[in-house]
Design a protein around this ligand. Structure first.
Ligand SMILES: N[C@@H](CCC(=O)N[C@@H](CS)C(=O)NCC(=O)O)C(=O)O
Length: 209
């Protein structure tokens, strides 16, 4: 398999994390986002939206981190742990995948992106969305249970992890959220899981490469 991504991208990290956990061999291809490589015709032929991640598995070409997580879990996890087959559990996983691409994107993703890639957006609004998301949803949920769905990790945890873990890149402190911190540590302890790098480390590594 080939995964087209970028080490700063939490969206690409979701796919990379599951590939690692499932022990799949894959080529991790860094798309040069600052140089606009994701808008070149060869990349647009794979994803007309011009976004990473894209997964190529033989003849299969998939864009979108949620779609890639679902594909990898269903195809390569014979245990069905990462995407349960039970109707309610699967729907519960979907609830969090939707949070990852909506509330997390408009909250912690944006807080981080303003600082790290100079995204033009309202910082106070993104911070306040993040406060609400953490204090009303994640902290109480994770104070009551170890994983987002059921009693073991699923793709819901992988989808939500990256932009929450690295909201600190945007100078947003997680100190007020002990249950979120404990959950992040549990996710990072999963066998085969590679954490999303801190932005400063990612940029330093890219510079010295
Ligand atoms: N819904 C997509 C969003 C992907 C996305 O926004 N990727 C960013 C990197 S984190 C990107 O490629 N941005 C470049 C652009 O939109 O021009 C997913 O979940 O994969």
């Amino acid at each position: 398999m080939k995964l087209y991504g970028h080490p700063i991208s939490g969206n690409a990290h979701r796919a990379e994390a599951l590939l690692g956990i499932l022990g799949q061999d894959f080529e991790n291809i860094v798309v040069n986002l600052p140089a606009g490589e994701h808008k070149h015709p060869e990349f647009l032929a794979m994803n007309p939206l011009g976004q990473v991640p894209v997964l190529v598995d033989g003849d299969v070409v998939l864009r979108d981190s949620s779609a890639i997580l679902i594909y990898l879990a269903r195809k390569y996890d014979a245990t069905n742990q990462w995407l349960p087959t039970d109707a309610l559990a699967q729907a519960k996983v979907q609830e969090w995948l939707s949070v990852a691409v909506n509330e997390i994107a408009r909250g912690p993703f944006t807080v981080r992106a303003i600082k790290v890639i100079g995204m033009k957006a309202d910082l106070a609004e993104a911070q306040s969305r993040t406060d609400a998301l953490f204090s009303q949803l994640f902290e109480p949920h994770l104070a009551a249970q170890d994983w987002l769905v059921g009693d073991q990790p699923t793709i819901a945890d992988l989808a939500c992890y990256g932009y929450i873990a690295r909201v600190t890149d945007g100078d947003y402190s997680l100190d007020a959220y002990p249950a979120i911190n404990a959950w992040l540590a549990r996710v990072e302890a999963i066998d085969g899981f590679t954490p999303l790098g801190k932005a400063a480390d990612v940029f330093a590594a890219l510079k010295s490469a």
